[in-house]
Each structure stands twice: as C-alpha cells, then as structure tokens.
Design a protein around this ligand. Structure first.
Ligand SMILES: [Zn+2]
Length: 250
C-alpha cells in the first residue's frame, strides 16, 4: 500500500483505536513479547502484560539486547556488570506486572547493534529466538517498525522473520515506544493505523511499579558517566495514554 500519512495524525487516530475486549485478549494467548531493551516491555506494553497475566494467560517476555548501551564507558558499571544489573531490573519489572520472571528469555545481543535483516548474524538471531521459545505463540508482540531507534526497528524485523518461520503463523502486533519522538510531519507509509488499544487505568499501579524497577534508567544510580535517563514526562505519557498495538501488513 502506497498511501502515506503524517505521524502526528497517525498517532491521533491510533490512540482512538477500539479498546481490547476480554475475549480479544484471550485470543492472543499464548503471547510472546519482544523487548529490545529492559524497560521497553514496561513502557510500551506493561498494561497488556498485566492484563494478560490477570486473566491467567501464558506470556513469555524476551529481552533482545544486553542493555549495555545505556551507560557506555562507566567504570562503576562496566558492560558485564551493567548487563547483569539490567537483566535483574527486567526480571523485577516482569514480577511487578504479574509475569513469571522464570519464563523470561534474555538473548544477550549487543545493545545498539541488534543485527539487521539481510545479514548472517540476523539469521542466527532468528534461529536463536525460535529455539528459545518453547511453545509456538499465537501472537508475537514487538516494537513498532517506525520507532526511531535502530534496535527497535531491528527487533521488529526479527519478529517478522520469526512469524514467517512458525507454523501455524502467529499474529504480529507492534507497540510504539518512541513514536512521540518522531517529527509530527514524518510521512508514514502503509495507510491509517489498524489494531487496538489497551487502557492503562486498571493496571496503572503495576505498570508504574514495573517502570520504577528499572532504577539504572530512572534514577541517578550510575553517576560516573552521563548515561541514558528516562525523562519523567516520557514515563507520565506512558501511564496517561492508552497502549497502542498495531496490526498491519508487512
Ligand atoms: Zn528500547
């Protein structure tokens, strides 16, 4: 489809997509959620994970990168230590959302260097992901293809390749995390948004707690380098606006 749409209008429409019903939620399981970095799962789909777990549905959350890109050059938190810390924060966040941290998968691909489609490393990453899943999911939930972060776009490509490889083929849903950082006039191909939203309200307390578990990203825990810090406004937005799940052709 060649139809394009400015990002601002796309999001305005996306936020008003129909809300997911209990029956719609049940149809999604078993669910696999892909998070490029520890915190994406909470920011982008914390309410969906909490809702699915409250309904006792099967949810497996896969952390794609090792998370070491947030504080490069830190002496107090060199890569190995930072990875362990962030994977622990990720496990704590899953517990806060009601998901079983023992079912998490950490692929450990290098942060800011998640392999891109068309490379041998990409094929290896898809095979690794497939091998780690256990059961074939009914739905793969991944970051949005247009999210302005290379690892987020690379994770979308991984998810799409995984979808094509699995039988029966699961549904694929995309959740924007950094969509608000796209200039509003950016032209997006593919036509108007299709999919659904999930209201944060009933799960706000869990989602807020899950985000706060990522202390290395939300507090001054690591001070020796100027690392990444989630802005309070970004956190507020993720709690105040419905989560968006797009279901659109490849
Ligand atoms: Zn991310």
């Amino acid at each position: 489809m060649n139809e394009t749409m400015p990002a601002a209008a796309f999001f305005e429409e996306a936020r008003h997509l129909p809300s997911l019903t209990a029956a719609g939620l049940a149809e999604l399981a078993p669910l696999v959620v892909l998070a490029p970095h520890p915190d994406d799962e909470s920011l982008g789909c914390g309410a969906l994970i909490a809702a699915a777990r409250a309904a006792r549905l099967s949810v497996r959350v896969v952390l794609v990168s090792d998370g070491t890109g947030s504080h490069p050059g830190s002496r107090s938190h060199p890569p190995g230590k930072l990875q362990r810390l962030r994977e622990r924060e990720f496990a704590n966040a899953l517990a806060a959302l009601g998901a079983d941290p023992a079912r998490r998968v950490c692929l450990g691909l290098r942060d800011t260097a998640v392999p891109l489609a068309g490379t041998r490393a990409f094929e290896q990453a898809v095979a690794l992901l497939d091998a780690q899943l256990g059961e074939t999911p009914s739905t793969i939930v991944t970051t949005w293809r247009h999210d302005p972060h290379r690892d987020h776009a690379a994770t979308y490509a991984l998810a799409r390749a995984l979808q094509e490889r699995l039988k029966p083929q699961p549904r694929l849903l995309e959740y924007p995390v950094w969509g608000s950082a796209l200039p509003g006039e950016t032209q997006l191909a593919g036509g108007p948004p299709r999919g659904f939203t999930v209201e944060v309200g009933p799960h706000r307390e869990r989602k807020e707690r899950a985000i706060a578990c990522h202390r290395s990203q939300t507090t001054g825990l690591i001070t020796d380098v100027e690392g990444f810090r989630l802005e309070p406004a970004m956190i507020e937005r993720s709690l105040d606006q419905p989560e968006v799940f797009l279901e659109m052709p490849a």
